[in-house]
Design a protein around this ligand. Sequence first.
Ligand code: NAD
Ligand code: UD1
Length: 335
Amino acid sequence: MKILVTGGIGYIGSHTVCELLDNDYEVVIVDNLCNSKKDVVNKIEEITKKQVKFYEGDVCDKKILEKIFKENKIEAVIHFASLKAVGESVEKPLLYYRNNLDATMSLLEVMNKYNCKKIVFSSSATVYGKPKTLPIKEDFVLMTTNPYGTTKLVIENILKDLYISDNEWSIAVLRYFNPIGAHKSGLIGENPNGIPNNLMPYIIKVATKELPYLNIFGDDYDTKDGTGVRDYIHVVDLAKGHLCAIKKILEEKGIDYYNLGTGHGYSVLELVKTFEKVNNVKINYKIVNRRPGDIDACYADCTYAFLKLGFKASKGIEDMCIDSYNFIKKQNNLK
Ligand code: NAD
Ligand code: UD1
């Protein structure tokens, strides 16, 4: 069974490819390396002791997609390829709309042409905007607050319209909460260039002394300790969620939406304290103003994903902190 994974050497994609290979799927990856490095292909092969077919190319480009579908019998697609930085999307909306929408349109058109009508799509909890109540259920009202989020919502709508027009499609829309952590091997993980926007990559740069302290964006939220609360999910658990979704779309036609989180909310301070404890390292921090656009708390109701996909995250916040740091130590040859 051959699965095409777009963006398959990125952070979530690479972990998902490992899970697919470990479960005897054959994998074809297409990635244009705009936010990843080619040697991740070797790392994936080292971890799994299996081979993966890699095409370097842009998913917006139908020619490369045609080539892939001609050369491989693709049964289903997992579509990760996307730009994902919220702040950058506000500054460069056209880049985000062009890349994320074009890539999806080209992919869906070529899939349609080759009669491959099974897709798992990477959406995000960002489509819930500022939820009125918690935990967040899949049927909550959707709204977005930035161009990145809007690309996800528009693609969700495109997929819905596609299914309405042709009931042969099987579509799983996965709304991820906050993935952190890394593969146990320490060979793959997340290591953004420059100053990170997201919490865990920032904590790590403080731990490795590349940055002097963490800015905690506000301690006056209506939460347990005043700092923002999020549903952090280990990236390996998240990757396993894609296997559940692939099984589902291979079995049943239709379109459905699933929250992939743990259902537990942790505050910024709780994450910092846990990171310090399990890794025996000091994380200096300063409380600064709230980041515009942030919400106080966000965590998933995971009941539906469990009922329909049999998905339940198993790794806790301590594993997430240990594995995130282990990856960076290994990358930087630190003890
Ligand atoms: P990532 O940037 O690490 O991976 C995305 C990969 O897609 C990269 O390797 C990049 O080079 C590639 N890519 C981007 N545009 C492409 C194009 N046009 N053609 C070919 N390749 C292209 O990101 P990630 O964290 O692994 O996220 C994967 C998916 O999950 C994305 O769709 C993202 O929006 C979504 N998501 C991520 C998070 C998160 O916090 N990481 C949360 C919710 C949703
Ligand atoms: C981010 C994305 C969102 C995406 C989600 C899931 C942004 C603005 N939003 O949201 O679109 O759906 O990930 O992956 O990037 N924090 C600090 N200091 C920092 C960084 C973050 O205090 O240096 C706080 C934030 O205020 C927040 C929490 O840490 O309370 C988590 O922030 P972050 O990792 O950026 O994720 P989200 O804001 O949840």
